[in-house]
Ligand binder design. Structure first.
Ligand SMILES: Nc1ccn([C@@H]2O[C@H](COP(=O)(O)OP(=O)(O)OP(=O)(O)O)[C@@H](O)[C@H]2O)c(=O)n1
Ligand SMILES: C[C@](O)(CO)[C@H](O)COP(=O)(O)O
Length: 250
């Protein structure tokens, strides 16, 4: 049997910025819940198993979505930060007799449901090729300024050097497990797993991201995502690649 490629899907957030009573990963862009689309995207890109990290109180909302998944699903409880939720997912992989042998692990926000399979496949390929920490990234398109917290003048930032980081982020399994354990021991907090691996001394690599891998954070994002999903054949892959080639210097 071929070795597993495990996707950890973090789905235990409170969705404070989105509001409402439905857990964000149970919202819908199509007939499917966001969590369901995210799992299908991971499977389409080459993942063999998924670990869904969720709060026990909201797991019922995901039941139907998880029942129809194309790959085996494991579940575990979330923590009170994204980082703690990821760590719980990693520990559950380590405790599973079959999954513990995985070499490649992906960590994905359940609320990035439209990520194309080619992005997922590229992250897996890069880790298999020897990379320590991989994430999809996009050039920034707005002009950027840094504000002074003391009310001083704002400063322009060279946006050609900036990248917006997406998920899934990929790692060799023992490397990211150890990095999370070290962060927990030292009380370090990061906004993503790439930064966690980097703090443990590992080199970060960026691959081309996609506008379709947008994160559903606020209500407007769902409206935008619905429109993008309808137009997905024309989005991201071509225009995104052109932008990446012209501006990228990673
Ligand atoms: N304690 C947490 C916090 C976040 N997440 C997950 O991490 C992803 C990215 O988080 P975000 O979009 O910020 O979701 P929320 O934390 O739910 O949003 P908010 O910060 O507005 O409460 C989401 O899939 C979310 O469910 C998680 O599993 N556990
Ligand atoms: C992991 C992430 O999606 C990468 O861009 C991002 O850092 C999550 O941030 P959030 O504030 O937890 O949504």
């Amino acid at each position: 049997m071929s070795e597993p490629v495990v996707a950890i899907l973090v789905a235990a957030g409170l969705g404070v910025r989105y509001g409402g009573t439905t857990p964000k990963p149970a919202l819908r862009i199509t007939r499917q819940a966001l969590i369901s689309m995210s799992i299908e995207a991971m499977a389409a890109g080459g993942c063999t198993d998924a670990v869904v990290v969720a709060n026990p109180a909201t797991l019922g909302h995901f039941a139907r979505a998880l029942a129809g998944a194309p790959i085996p699903i494991h579940t575990t409880n979330g923590g009170d930060t994204r980082q703690k939720s990821v760590r719980n997912g990693l520990l559950s992989v380590a405790q599973d007799e079959r999954l513990a042998h995985t070499k490649v692990i992906l960590v994905h926000d359940a609320v990035r449901p439209m990520v194309p399979a080619w992005v997922v496949a590229e992250v897996i390929k890069c880790v298999r090729g020897g990379a320590s920490a991989v994430a999809p990234a996009l050039p920034v398109v707005d002009s950027i300024r840094m504000v002074d917290p003391n009310g001083g003048p704002t400063q322009v930032v060279d946006r050609s050097l900036l990248r917006a980081i997406q998920t899934p982020q990929g790692f060799p399994f023992p490397l990211i497990l150890n990095a999370h354990e070290a962060a927990a021991e030292q009380g370090l907090e990061f906004t993503d797993d790439l930064a966690c691996a980097e703090a443990a001394g590992h080199r970060v690599e960026l691959v081309e991201g996609s506008r379709l891998a947008m994160k559903i954070t606020e209500p407007t994002d769902l409206t935008v995502a619905k429109a993008m999903w309808k137009a997905r054949a024309t989005i991201g892959h071509h225009s995104g690649r052109r932008l990446w080639r012209q501006r990228s210097n990673h």
